[in-house]
Design a protein around this ligand. Structure first.
Ligand code: PLP
Length: 648
């Protein structure tokens, strides 16, 4: 038996596609004594091929939907007669692991080119067995490569299509199909010239081998999960398309640097609670006062979530049922304001100055039903000017003042807002959606002692499930609870509430405090690093988990949309964002927003953020230079490898 090992990075795109083509080509030639394997230098075991790779091969009549990834290791290389990387990096990685395999390790493209035209290559006898033909071809290719006079080519790689959309996958599939065909012809001869008798049993496919492995591992897992109903195996069997997309999302999260300020990595414990049978329970009402029977266990988790929220934030009352931040805000408006009453004004931070859609945007219900008046940041300092807020409050006499942001980098003067609210007799609401995790970890001032009511999402810096909570003073408890249910929502999402309880428990751990402090430290380091690259942090820096970056000093033509796109190409996820007094339209604004809760959760610190700033600077200086982008992509991949998300 001879073995060909195909290697790429994640073992979810290129090498499974090459595997699919070569399997078919070997079958067509009746070759059963050559075994194929594929592996990834940075792969996660059991990840399926990406949906685009599956689709691109399906369009060519080849099914790789059963493929499961495996990580490259020493024994795979040692056992292989031929190791074929999809790119030079893969060849080099395999050679680093087993230096003695260098003579039988190539890239696929290199190998094919070394064999062709092969005028001086001794033709293997048609009757020669496939193993013999394979070894002869490898020897010939190695000898040709060793002769510098005979290597007249430089293009050795099949480009990585990951993240570039289905067309890129189709292109990669076409190229791989051609290369595999040429290789099969060069090594085993054209199809039809059968080199060995048809085997009685079909050759063992990689999928079959891997299914056995997964089955064996699965057994161990299921015995540990007797009390847990959710099953990855069941999902994969029931709906491979959804399972494939979910697995691809995990791969994306593992391989992409997350600088989106509102995103994070919920812990496996939080994710387990989310995937629990508490999803099945209807529990309209509140603990001890439900409209359904059988609520004894969801009462336990909801009470835990309430008690922990009160404890972590020192609040008098907590409602943990809001499905999301937008619903929490609307519930608060519903509790205190009458819709369509122009006399009941609300002061909120202007959207282009860092406020959120739910703070009075005309396209949102907040702006359609309630009378918002926007305050802005100071044009010079780019900070909220409390004197102007006071002047506006005295002029407008609002029923409610709203503080909080989605893109404002600095601390908010909560006491200042409280004083103004008291002076005009307004309710003070704080939307702490973004920074609440920093408050929990002691890295940002708490609004709770000053505000009548605080809303926040649980999935951003707090690192919990998607959802929200409302904290309030006891005097507002009834109004808030009635506004959440039955005014705004029906049955609470009890699986999410259980997960909220878990994330609050995690927030009480000393590690969370370190994470929160690291988040602010890294955001400052990233802002400073980008400044060194020639970009301008709005307001000069940050006190929180995010920085707003003005691109104009770097390049007046560059828009946030351009930066978002080019960073996406190299594996950095961030978002375009308007900056205060932005002359450009919202879809092509002058800024980006970067945040560090994600990198901080992974353990990255100041040196890594300096490195990220340098990578971004390099790419932004030459956004069309392929070599620069390749280097950047590799640097990001290395970083993610050093600080893995959800290590297996
Ligand atoms: C300040 C603020 N409030 C509310 C929300 C809305 O949260 P959700 O997306 O959970 O509805 C967001 C979301 O980004 C936000 O930044």
């Amino acid at each position: 038996m001879g073995t060909i090992l195909l290697v790429c990075t994640g073992n979810i795109c290129r090498s499974p596609m090459a595997y699919g083509f070569l399997s078919q080509l070997l079958r067509e030639r009746g070759v059963s004594s050559i075994r194929l394997e594929s592996a990834g230098t940075h792969s996660w075991d059991d990840s399926p091929a990406t949906p685009e790779a599956v689709r691109a091969l399906q369009e060519r009549g080849i099914d790789i939907s059963d493929h499961l990834a495996q990580r490259l290791n020493r024994s795979l290389i040692e056992e292989a007669d031929l190791v074929l990387g999809m790119a030079g990096d893969h060849r080099d990685a395999a050679t680093r692991i087993v230096p003695s395999a260098a003579e039988r390790t190539f890239t696929l493209k290199e190998f094919v080119q070394l064999l062709e035209p092969g005028d001086d290559r001794p033709e293997a006898a048609p009757a020669a067995d496939p193993e013999h033909r394979l070894r002869a071809a490898v020897e010939y290719a190695a000898a040709t490569r060793a002769d510098p006079a005979r290597r007249g080519f430089t293009d050795e790689d099949v480009a990585d299509p990951l993240g570039l959309g289905i067309e890129a996958f189709r292109a990669a599939a076409w190229e791989l199909g051609e290369l595999c065909q040429r290789m099969a012809n060069a090594v085993f001869g054209p199809a039809g010239a059968r080199s060995e008798p048809q085997p009685a049993a079909a050759p063992q496919t990689q999928t079959q081998t891997q299914n056995r492995t997964v089955g064996a591992r699965g057994k161990g897992r299921s015995s540990r999960m007797n009390d847990y109903a959710a099953s990855w195996q069941a999902l994969r069997a029931t709906d491979p398309e959804v399972a494939g997309a979910i697995a691809a999302e995990l791969h994306r999260e593992r391989s992409t640097l997350r600088l989106i300020a509102s995103e994070n990595y919920a812990s496996p414990a939080v994710l387990a609670a989310l995937a629990s049978t508490m999803n099945n329970k209807y529990a309209e009402g509140y603990p001890g006062r439900r409209y359904y029977g059988g609520c004894e266990f969801v009462d336990v988790t909801e009470t835990l979530a309430i008690d922990r929220a009160k404890q972590v934030f020192g609040a008098e009352h907590a409602n943990v049922q809001p499905h999301a931040g937008a619903q929490a805000n609307l519930a608060v408006y519903g509790a205190f304001l009458t819709p369509n009453d122009p006399a009941q004004k609300v002061l909120g931070l202007a959207l282009p100055h860092g406020g959120h859609l739910t703070h009075g945007s005309p396209v949102n219900v907040s702006g359609k039903w309630f009378s918002f008046v926007a305050y802005e940041v100071d044009p010079e300092t780019e900070l909220i000017d409390m004197d102007r807020v006071r002047d506006l409050a005295l002029q407008e006499r609002p029923k409610m003042i709203l503080a909080g942001f989605t893109a404002y980098p600095r601390v908010i003067d909560f006491k200042g807002f409280r004083d103004i609210a008291d002076e005009v007799g307004a309710i003070l609401m704080v939307d702490a959606a973004h920074f609440i995790g920093l408050v929990a970890g002691g890295a940002y001032p708490s609004p709770v002692p000053y505000a009548d009511v605080v809303t926040f999402t649980t999935h951003k810096t707090l690192r919990g499930p998607r959802g929200a909570m409302i904290l309030s003073r006891e005097e507002h408890a009834k109004a808030i609870d009635k506004a959440v249910f039955p005014m705004m929502q029906g049955g609470p999402l009890e699986h999410c509430i259980a997960a909220k309880a878990v994330c609050l428990k995690e927030a009480m751990e000393p590690e969370f405090r370190e994470y929160a402090e690291r988040t602010v430290r890294t955001a400052r380091a990233l802002a400073a690093g980008l400044q060194e690259e020639g970009l301008r942090p709005v307001s000069g820096g940050t006190d929180s988990h995010l920085a707003l970056i003005d691109l104009r000093p770097f390049d007046d033509e560059l828009t946030g949309a351009d930066v978002e796109a080019v960073c996406d190409e190299v594996g950095i996820a961030l978002n375009k964002n308007a900056i205060p007094f932005d002359p450009r339209p919202p879809l092509r604004p002058s800024g980006i927003r970067v945040g560090t809760p994600g990198p901080s959760t992974l353990g990255m610190d100041e040196p890594e953020m300096k490195e990220v700033a340098r990578i971004m600077g390099d790419v932004l200086r030459r956004p069309r230079d392929r070599a620069v982008k390749d280097r950047a992509r590799q640097a990001v991949a290395d970083l993610m490898n050093r600080f893995p998300a959800y290590p297996g």
